[in-house]
Write a protein that binds this ligand. Structure first.
Ligand SMILES: Cc1ncc(COP(=O)(O)O)c(C=O)c1O
Length: 388
């Protein structure tokens, strides 16, 4: 049996989500149909919308169900950019950071390459946190040109937390919409959409125990992003297509459970993560904790083992039955240096020597002990395997 410590890539289906999903799959009825079976599935969908809205502090009308984080990021960034640019063609500047997930960086780069957008990257402080004063300077200098700001709430590789409410407060002075990818934050740290001041926020189900392939874009009522897709006008015309009530029900159940357990899980996982890091430093005294100087999420430990290569470490740990990753799973097939660490100023050698250990609701102390035993065994081998 392998030990799974890669919960930030995806985590197991919660029993509550499995039940909600399978019960909904028994029903037949398009939620847009007027007959009784359609009304039944519509009711299920709207209950899921209520539950998800409660879980993330939004109004029910702000929840747009879709396929997950990548779609949400694309819809928010392109949709807000297009709408703002249409209103005022001078607004073509997007503010973001080099440490964002590719689901954010790539749409931004696409807008730059093909739609005439300009991009400004906010400076980072040591430890990877956003330099708020640099952001303030960019806003002051360019506010009339800014289409939107997009900054993630928790970094999926390092676990670093961004003070999103603070950023929204600064942006609000110039009525600049802020989008946040909250995929690695929701269900892991307390977040509240209404209190944050965000214009839009991306969520993904499979990071919190819902099935893969469901998520939501939370869109403030004041915002009218241009839709990526056109069709029947479902989901405030932002996600045309027959509404997927079974997946929505599964997502809402997982979210409700994750939020009910949030405080106790944060405490428990912090204890396990701190235990892990205290032991790792005994085994490999030269280890670097990439986000040690930052505010960070408790379920994440991001480690650099100088003199090793991530792919060798991943392979050797896997041989010992330990599943971890180097960074984002989407990048796992192409293990170059982590773009997040490169963005934080790490050398290519160090940015190629990282391991991400992420804990979840099923993680136990015995999982951590298994990781530590395997690390002690494989680290010397990984050092020898790395060309000088
Ligand atoms: C921060 C972040 N944003 C977006 C995504 C993409 O989410 P999804 O897999 O639901 O498309 C991920 C998944 O790794 C992520 O970690």
């Amino acid at each position: 049996m392998s030990v799974f410590l890669d919960h930030a890539s995806t985590t197991g289906l919660r029993e509550s989500a499995r039940l909600a999903l399978t019960q909904a799959l028994e029903l037949v009825g398009n939620p847009s149909s007027v007959h009784s079976q359609g009304r039944t599935t519509r009711e299920l969908l709207e209950t899921a919308r209520d539950q998800l809205a409660t879980a993330c502090g939004a109004n029910r009308s702000e929840i747009i169900f879709n396929s997950g984080g990548t779609e949400s990021d694309n819809q928010a960034i392109k949709g807000i950019y297009w709408a703002r640019h249409k209103q005022d063609s001078n607004r073509n500047l997007i503010i973001t950071a080099t440490t964002e997930h590719h689901a954010v960086i790539d749409p931004v780069l696409w807008l730059e390459a093909s739609q005439g957008a300009d991009v400004a990257y906010v400076k980072l402080l040591e430890g990877g946190m956003i330099d708020i004063s640099d952001l303030e300077n960019i806003i002051q200098d360019h506010h009339s040109r800014i289409a939107l700001i997009t900054l993630m709430w928790v970094n999926n590789e390092t676990g670093v937390i961004t003070d999103i409410p603070k950023i929204c407060e600064i942006a609000a002075k110039y009525e600049i919409p802020v989008h946040s990818d909250a995929v690695a934050a929701f269900g892991h740290i307390p977040i509240d959409f209404a209190a944050s001041g965000l214009a839009a926020m991306s969520l993904s189900g499979h990071k919190i125990g819902a099935p893969i392939g469901v998520g939501a874009l939370v869109v403030a009522r004041s915002q009218k992003p241009t839709s990526l897709i056109h069709g029947g006008g479902q989901e405030r015309s932002l996600r045309s297509g027959t509404m997927n009530y079974p997946l929505a029900a599964g997502f809402a159940a997982a979210a409700t459970e994750a939020i009910a357990q949030l405080a106790s899980e944060m405490e428990r996982l912090k204890g396990l993560r701190n235990y892990l890091e205290a032991r790792v430093v005994e085994i490999v005294p030269g280890v670097v904790f990439t986000s040690a100087k930052a505010m960070r999420a408790d379920y994440n430990s991001h480690l650099v083992f100088p003199g090793t290569q991530s792919d060798a470490m991943l392979f050797l740990l896997d041989q010992e039955g330990i599943c971890v990753s180097a960074g984002s799973a989407c990048q796992a097939g192409v293990l170059g240096p982590s773009h997040v660490l490169a963005g934080m100023g790490y050398s290519p050698e160090l940015a190629s020597a990282c391991i991400r250990v992420t804990l979840g609701s099923t993680t136990t102390k015995s999982d951590i002990d298994s990781f530590l035993i395997a690390l002690a065994k494989v680290h010397p081998i990984a050092l020898k395997a790395t060309p000088a």
